[in-house]
Structure formats: structure tokens, C-alpha cells
Ligand binder design. Structure first.
Ligand code: NAD
Ligand code: TYD
Length: 360
């Protein structure tokens, strides 16, 4: 069996669902259920003996050690993290705690467990650390995309904490010989994405008649990858990646934020038109920029394609259409996650951003 951490979050729950849809190897899913963790994402697995949910904090080293001893996994796929840049600006401490100390605590538990395995199990064991392209910092408009050897230059408390965790994973391979793998992926989108991040925020705000907030000039560029493609890449790295290696994962799909929002408005105009017949673009509002906002991320994903034969299956058009359709048919999921705590976050993040007036 495998252990997945953070499997009640956005990417983790997609990973668990895809994993069990594609095979019968059991998953022990360890999640603290922060605001971002939602067991509702895994409702379709209720009563499924292949999935065991454990409510636990990765910072609890004794509990992690006990879990490993009890379940004897062949691999750990580590998603658990605080993941939202804006939240890291408002409250960085939790990011250091979970992303740095939590990864350290998990690595320590894994090292002790792995050291005591028999020779064969020891060689076969994998610790796969899921990370982000944001550790490489910000690119200029004509810079080449990030490769696996691009120097780290994290700019936000979030990316700095992820960079710290990446370095620890690297050190555990180099020093102890632990069979680790690290993946650095670009921005994901798709089902079960918490509506604090750009794409689900725009879809849900549009449908409820709210403003569509664009930070700064909206010309910041991100590379976007459909979450199912990310999960397939992780499965492939787990299966055939070379230990100690880093694999960049991306969609070859750079878009400026404003273009993403325009595309979403067009899709919604077709799939769920406004009652007044006007475009959702009318709701676009420019707001004060994010402090330290990275201008551009881009991923060179040639290594994973060359070595492991992975490339994305979805285009931005097919992936985004699927995503909008998913949100339209899962209004109850949206209502459930937009609880009191979510409203408080909206006030914290957007309440003090002076709107610069609506404009399409
Ligand atoms: P998410 O915020 O949706 O989910 C994180 C999950 O981790 C939640 O279920 C949460 O309850 C759990 N968690 C948080 N702290 C924990 C702790 N101390 N112990 C146990 N569980 C804890 O995040 P996501 O978007 O699914 O991202 C998953 C991973 O992928 C993260 O490591 C993130 O850095 C990385 N990543 C995300 C993206 C993206 O676009 N979302 C892109 C590249 C990499
Ligand atoms: P986000 O989804 O938070 O991901 P990240 O910051 O990790 O890339 O944001 C994606 C981009 O969208 C980023 O450049 C910030 C921008 N953005 C907005 O313009 N408005 C918003 O309300 C949000 C949440 C993000």
C-alpha cells in the first residue's frame, strides 16, 4: 500500500480518486483537515476498503512513525502543505510549521522506518515530495522556462517554505541515501479546487454575481496544468523516476491572468449565461496588487517527457471547459466549502484591497 499526505485537499483528493480508479493498491490518507481539507471530496470512496482516512498532523512525528510501522507502505506521496500565497502573506507561521517542520517530521519518521526495512523493500521504497515551480522565483518576459537546474529564488513565504522542504528532501537522499523523488509543478486547476485560488474563485464569484478581482494589471503569467494530468505525472514519476532526481511538470500553457479570466467569462457566457444577457466580463474589477507578486512562471517539462514519456493529455481549452462544467454541476460542494471561515478569509484578503474600478 501507499501513504498519501494531504489527500483531502485539492490535488491530493484528485490523486487518491484517480489512483483507486486505476488500480486496487490501498491508500492510507493522512490529513489534518485544515480549512483546505474536505472529506466531501472523497465521498465516493465511502465504504471502500481500499481507502483508509487518518485524521493526523504531519508535524506529529510519533504519530507518523506509528502509522508507518502499522501500515508498512512501499511509498509515501507527500502533498500536505499550506498552499496559498496570499494566506502566506497574511500569516506565514503556519507555512513554516507545516511545510518545513512538517516535512522534516515526516522525513524523520520515513528515514527510521526505511532504515529498518529488509534489503529488497529498502531499495523499492519511495518518498515522493510534491512541490511547486514557485521555488524558482519570477521570470522576465523573454527568459527561458524553469528547468530542474534553475537556481532557487523563492519570493513569497509560501514558496520559501516549499523551497525549504525541497532542500530537506534533497539532503535526505544525498546524506542518508533515502530513495526520494521531487516534482515541481506549475499552477493546477480542475475539480475540487478550493475557491480561494484564481480559477475557482472567478467561476464561483461570477456565478454569484460578485466582482472578479484582478490583482494589479492582470498581466502576470502562469503556466496552467489540468489536475488529472498532474496526478498522471506523479504516478509515472513514482513508477519509473530515478531516485534523488527532480522532475519539473508543466502544461506548456503560459497565460496572462486577464486572458484566463476572459476565457472563463466566455465559457460561462455560453454554458450559464447571465439573466440580463450581459457578459460576465462586466464583473471584472481591478484591485490592489499582491505584495511581491511574481510576474511570470514557466516550466520546461522536457525531462519528464524524455525520460518517462509523460506529457499533458488536456489542452487548456478542454481542461477549462471540464472544470467550468464541474463547478456548474457541483454547486452544493461550493456552498459547503464557502463556510463562515471562508467568508472571513474573503474579508481579510479583499476587504483592504482598494478596488480600482470595474472594467472589462
Ligand atoms: P490544498 O491546500 O488544497 O490541500 C492541502 C491539504 O493538506 C489539505 O487537505 C490540508 O488539510 C492538508 N494539510 C495541511 N497541513 C497539514 C498538516 N500539518 N498535516 C496534515 N495535513 C495537512 O493544496 P493543493 O493545491 O492540493 O496542493 C497540494 C500540494 O501540491 C502542496 O504541497 C502544494 O505545494 C503542491 N502544489 C500545488 C499546486 C497548485 O496549483 N495547487 C501546484 C504545484 C504544487
Ligand atoms: P493563485 O491561484 O493564488 O496561484 P499562485 O499565486 O500560486 O500562482 O493566483 C494565480 C494568479 O492570479 C496570481 O498571479 C495571482 C492572481 N490572482 C488575481 O489576480 N486575483 C485573485 O483574486 C487571486 C486569488 C489571484
Amino acid at each position: 500500500m501507499i501513504i498519501v499526505t494531504g489527500g483531502a485537499g485539492f490535488i491530493g483528493s484528485n490523486f487518491v480518486l484517480d489512483w483507486l480508479a486505476g488500480g486496487d493498491e490501498p491508500v492510507v490518507n493522512v490529513d489534518k483537515l485544515t480549512y483546505a481539507g474536505n472529506l466531501g471530496n472523497l465521498a465516493s470512496l465511502e465504504g471502500d476498503a481500499r481507502h483508509l482516512f487518518v485524521h493526523a498532523d504531519i508535524c506529529d512525528n510519533a504519530e507518523m512513525a506509528a502509522l508507518l510501522a502499522r501500515h508498512q507502505p512501499r511509498a509515501i506521496v507527500h502533498f500536505a502543505a499550506e498552499s496559498h500565497v496570499d494566506r502566506s502573506i497574511h500569516g506565514p507561521a503556519e507555512f513554516i510549521r507545516t511545510n518545513v517542520n512538517g516535512t522534516f517530521s515526516l522525513l524523520e519518521a520515513a528515514r527510521h522506518y526505511w532504515s529498518a526495512l529488509g534489503a529488497q523493500e529498502k531499495t523499492a521504497f519511495r518518498f515522493l515530495h510534491v512541490s511547486t515551480d514557485e521555488v524558482y522565483g519570477s521570470l522576465g518576459p523573454t527568459d527561458p522556462p524553469f528547468t530542474e537546474t534553475t537556481a532557487y529564488a523563492p519570493n513569497s513565504p509560501y514558496s520559501a517554505s516549499k523551497a525549504g522542504s525541497d532542500h530537506l528532501v534533497r539532503a535526505y537522499h544525498h546524506t542518508y541515501g533515502m530513495p526520494t523523488l521531487t516534482t515541481n509543478c506549475s499552477n493546477n486547476y480542475g475539480p475540487y479546487h478550493f475557491p480561494e485560488k484564481l480559477i475557482p474563485l472567478i467561476i464561483t464569484n461570477a456565478l454569484s454575481g460578485k466582482d472578479l478581482p484582478i490583482y494589479g494589471d492582470g498581466q502576470q503569467v502562469r503556466d496552467w496544468l489540468y489536475v488529472g494530468d498532474h496526478c498522471a505525472a506523479i504516478r509515472r514519476v513514482l513508477e519509473a523516476g530515478r531516485t534523488g532526481e527532480v522532475y519539473n511538470i508543466g502544461g506548456w500553457n503560459e497565460k496572462a491572468n486577464l486572458d484566463v479570466v476572459h476565457t472563463l467569462c466566455e465559457l460561462l457566457d455560453t454554458l450559464s449565461p447571465r439573466a440580463d444577457g450581459k457578459s460576465y466580463r462586466e464583473q471584472i474589477t481591478y484591485v490592489t496588487d499582491r505584495p511581491g507578486h511574481d510576474r511570470r512562471y514557466a516550466i520546461d517539462a522536457r525531462k519528464i517527457e524524455r525520460e518517462l514519456g509523460w506529457k499533458p493529455a488536456e489542452t487548456f481549452e478542454t481542461g477549462l471547459r471540464k472544470t467550468v462544467q464541474w463547478y456548474l454541476s457541483h454547486q452544493e460542494w461550493v456552498a459547503n466549502v464557502q463556510s463562515g471561515a471562508y467568508l472571513k478569509w474573503v474579508e481579510t484578503n479583499y476587504g483592504q484591497r482598494a478596488g480600482a474600478g470595474a472594467s472589462a
